[in-house]
Design a protein around this ligand. Structure first.
Ligand SMILES: *[C@@H]1O[C@H](CO)[C@@H](O)[C@H](O)[C@H]1NC(C)=O
Ligand SMILES: *[C@@H]1O[C@H](CO)[C@@H](O)[C@H](O)[C@H]1NC(C)=O
Ligand SMILES: *[C@@H]1O[C@H](CO)[C@@H](O)[C@H](O)[C@H]1NC(C)=O
Length: 190
């Protein structure tokens, strides 16, 4: 039993240190002492540029408040509030030429300075990436004119994606919270 375990560890160490390439995954299976090699191809890098429209006002808002703490905190996004969004993504800053939508939620997470944490799936409905999406889970310090979000995954053409998005506020109405945000996205994916 003990010897079996030791040889298993030795085998794992062997594969770890003597892999012919750094791009090989080794799966050790204790019961069969077999190793499965999967060669990983080179990753693609994709840049995307679009505008996101986060509209809280009007008859058909794209961001709705679903929960809010019982505090006197005023403003469009009081600390502790939770919003669900289905924001359109467009080629330019005008709400025409829709290329996709961002669905998910954000919470207002800043005690002192207004800040959000986003859990949002950015999906595309036209063009080369139709049906594909990438996922953001990140802090978004909205009082900074420029900021960066972390991209943690993706679907379809963006499988295994990771990357970052560089954001600039293009338009913001401080009274009702409506905003148009410019996104420059860099993705590494298969
Ligand atoms: C909200 O807070 C106020 C003041 O603290 C309290 O009187 C009221 O009962 C609270 N309402 C709810 C629904 O908890
Ligand atoms: C995105 O990249 C373009 C071209 O480099 C640049 O003009 C624009 O300011 C960038 N926008 C953001 C939000 O980073
Ligand atoms: C900002 O929102 C308020 C409240 O909805 C509205 O009265 C005002 O016209 C808006 N400002 C701009 C510049 O659109």
């Amino acid at each position: 039993m003990k010897r079996g375990l030791l040889s298993f560890i030795a085998l794992c160490c062997f594969f770890f240190f003597f892999c012919p390439s750094n791009f090989i995954l080794v799966q050790c299976d204790e019961s069969e002492t077999t190793a499965t090699h999967v060669r990983l191809g080179s990753e693609k890098i994709t840049h995307l540029h679009f505008f996101l429209h986060d509209i809280l006002s009007g008859k058909k808002p794209t961001a709705v408040l679903v929960a809010k703490p019982n505090t006197t905190d005023q403003g469009p996004t009081p600390f502790g509030s939770l919003f669900v969004i289905d924001d359109i993504l467009t080629e330019g800053p005008e709400p025409t030429n829709v290329i996709g939508n961002a669905q998910g939620m954000y919470v207002s997470s800043g005690q002192d300075l207004p800040s959000l944490v986003l859990g949002v799936d950015f999906g595309f409905t036209s063009g080369e990436y139709k049906g594909s999406s990438f996922t953001v889970f990140s802090r978004n310090p909205i009082t900074n004119q420029e900021r960066e979000l972390a991209i943690v995954g993706g679907r379809d053409k963006f499988r295994m994606a990771r990357g970052f998005a560089h954001l600039k506020t293009y338009y913001l109405n401080l009274t009702n919270g409506d905003a148009i945000i410019e996104y420059n996205v860099t993705l590494l994916h298969y």
